[in-house]
Design a protein around this ligand. Structure first.
Ligand code: RIB
Length: 308
């Protein structure tokens, strides 16, 4: 097959990143060591990663009619992503994320802004795009009603759909049934399953109820997935030196999306996605850290037959 056609409907943010040795307590001021303004947003991050992995990507989203919005659209174009369906709106400013990076790990506050202008009407306008896609990729930084409608449309045309339920939210069961693969981390799975995991293995019982339909990421430990018969598969994480984990989940989802759109099995796609995720954390910035297909193939070859 040629390049798979993937439509991403989701957020486009400007990330305001501060590196610091210590996160301040409430009321305290500390000196940070580095600041950068860099393209982000779970939707746009996943779109960029899919494009670098060789997919033909269309982005659907909203930005503000402002400097950040223009920079972000330009950046998507440079990544060879179709931006015809990225709309600048005048009544809200571009979404931003304040990100603090300490010891390679991060904490994030997102102000969605224009991302919340992706309403149901906008989703209806792109029905033809969803229909023509090999795969639809969604996250939860846009209104849930819009995500639900997009899932409905994909289901109507039997287009596979991945929902990355981040940030965490409860998902209606009518929607879950129509999703091809849902990709929570452990905390997001607790929210979906409506239960707190008290014991280390509690998540395994929860994921068994989503046969063939769920991949749970567990940070550097790797990922678990459910086989069609309800059995649990596990793919260990690749050991790398983490510089910035921002966008690790996004790169994982992109790897999974491109492989599933190319017809690979859930286990093959999960292994590939874990490699994409591992490579992305070795660089600072969400989109700037996304690896190319060539880099992933090289990495997999190097690690083949070695300890992960
Ligand atoms: O997943 C990482 C992303 O979450 C960041 O780029 C930030 O914009 C937030 O949306």
């Amino acid at each position: 097959m040629g390049r798979p056609k993937i439509t991403v409907i989701g957020s486009i943010n400007m990330d305001l990143v501060v590196k610091t040795d210590r996160v301040p307590k409430m009321g305290e001021t500390v000196l940070g060591s580095q600041f950068l303004t860099t393209p982000g947003g779970k939707g746009a991050n996943q779109a960029v990663a899919c494009a670098r992995l060789g997919a033909d990507v269309t982005m659907v989203g909203c930005v503000g009619d402002d400097v950040f919005g223009r920079q972000l659209v330009e950046n998507l174009r440079k990544e060879n992503i179709s931006t015809e369906n990225v709309e600048p709106v005048t009544f809200l400013s571009t979404g931003i994320a304040c990100i603090t990076v300490q010891d390679g790990d991060n904490s994030i506050i997102v102000v969605p802004g224009a991302n919340y202008a992706i309403d149901e009407e906008k989703i209806q306008q792109v029905e033809h795009l969803i229909k023509e896609s090999n795969l639809l990729l969604l996250q939860l930084e846009i209104p849930l009603k819009s995500v639900e409608l997009a899932v409905d449309i994909a289901h109507k045309y039997q287009v596979p759909v991945i929902v990355n339920p981040a940030p965490a939210a409860e998902l209606p069961s009518s929607m879950l049934e129509k999703i091809t693969v849902v990709t929570p981390n452990e905390y997001e799975l607790e929210t979906i399953a409506g239960q707190k995991f008290e014991q280390p293995d509690d998540f395994k019982k929860a994921i068994q109820s989503y046969a063939g339909q769920l991949v749970m990421t567990k940070g550097k430990e790797g990922a678990y997935y459910t086989a069609a018969d309800g059995g649990i598969g596990y793919c260990p994480g690749y050991r790398v030196e983490a510089v910035d984990t921002t966008g690790a989940g996004d790169s994982f989802n992109a790897g999974l999306a491109v492989m599933l759109a190319e017809g690979k099995s859930l286990s093959e796609a999960t292994k590939y996605a874990a490699a994409v995720g591992a490579l992305s954390v070795t660089r600072l910035g969400a989109q700037s850290g996304m690896p190319t297909r060539h880099e992933v193939e090289q990495f997999l070859q190097e690690r083949e037959g070695r300890e992960l």
